[in-house]
Design a protein around this ligand. Structure first.
Ligand SMILES: CC(C)(COP(=O)(O)OP(=O)(O)OC[C@H]1O[C@@H](n2cnc3c(N)ncnc32)[C@H](O)[C@@H]1OP(=O)(O)O)[C@@H](O)C(=O)NCCC(=O)NCCS
Length: 222
């Protein structure tokens, strides 16, 4: 809404009403809806118009502090066991859709830009005598590391881990893991470079055991 950005008196009044009344009411509504069914939406969330948080079964969505969810973004869990876990300070851009049949985890401070699709499930296509829609689903968890930036119009497919601080360029289709701090582009994604300097990087709590390619410190026995 452009009036939300305007500097006129009308703009200021509209902004006041929107941010001080409408937005807190919308947040309170979603907090009530989620928590009444065992989910969680922590304080500080800013949810713009048209956002949807669809908890497909009780307790399947947990969201940390200060979520920012722009217009028409959707997060959605599918029964019987889809889970979405979102850390603190996460931004989800306009029109982005996140769907979990298994589990989608988005760690703190990740930025998911506009019109991305993050979906951890495929239809099974094996038996030609039956419609694809009746052949079941095949899902594997997705994890998006702390501080990653998923820019715009990307697709992240099942079983993928996006590393801490990793960047996906516009229109990237991700079918394999992306390392920490990699900038990856294209379809399928290829890494064009690693950004920043190693010295500034602290050990990632997000890095799974066995994923860490940095040299191990010497053991006490050496
Ligand atoms: C990924 C990105 C950040 C890289 O920026 P950069 O480091 O300045 O990269 P460069 O422009 O130097 O490009 C490096 C190479 O990658 C290619 N490339 C860059 N972005 C690409 C993309 N999205 N898809 C395919 N190739 C891409 C370039 O063509 C170039 O290839 P070349 O060396 O063969 O010419 C940027 O290109 C991008 O996609 N930004 C996303 C913008 C956006 O969607 N913003 C939404 C706001 S949340």
């Amino acid at each position: 809404m452009s009036v939300l950005r305007g500097g006129s008196v009308v703009g200021r009044v509209v902004r006041f009403v929107y941010f001080r009344i409408v937005a807190p009411l919308r947040r309170a509504l979603w907090q009530t809806i989620l928590s009444s069914a065992g989910g969680r939406l922590d304080h500080g969330a800013m949810l713009y118009e048209g956002t949807r948080i669809v908890q497909g079964h009780p307790g399947s969505i947990r969201i940390g502090k200060d979520l920012r969810m722009l217009r028409n973004a959707t997060i959605n869990t599918l029964p019987p066991s889809g889970q979405i876990v979102i850390g603190d300070g996460v931004h989800i851009g306009e029109g982005t859709m996140i769907t979990a049949h298994s589990r989608v985890e988005i760690e703190d401070d990740a930025v998911i830009g506009p019109y991305n699709v993050i979906v951890d499930v495929d239809h099974v296509c094996e038996d030609r005598s039956r419609p694809i829609a009746k052949q079941g689903l095949d899902s594997r968890p997705i994890r998006i590391g702390r501080g990653a930036w998923i820019s715009s119009h990307c697709v992240i497919l099942k079983g993928v881990t996006i590393g801490r601080g990793a960047v996906l360029g516009a229109g990237t289709i991700v079918t394999h893991d992306v390392p920490d701090y990699a900038i990856s582009v294209g379809a399928p994604a290829r890494t064009i470079r690693i950004w920043g300097n190693d010295e500034a990087a602290s050990p990632s709590p997000a890095t799974a055991p066995g994923d860490d390619t940095r040299p191990s410190p010497p053991s006490a026995a050496q």
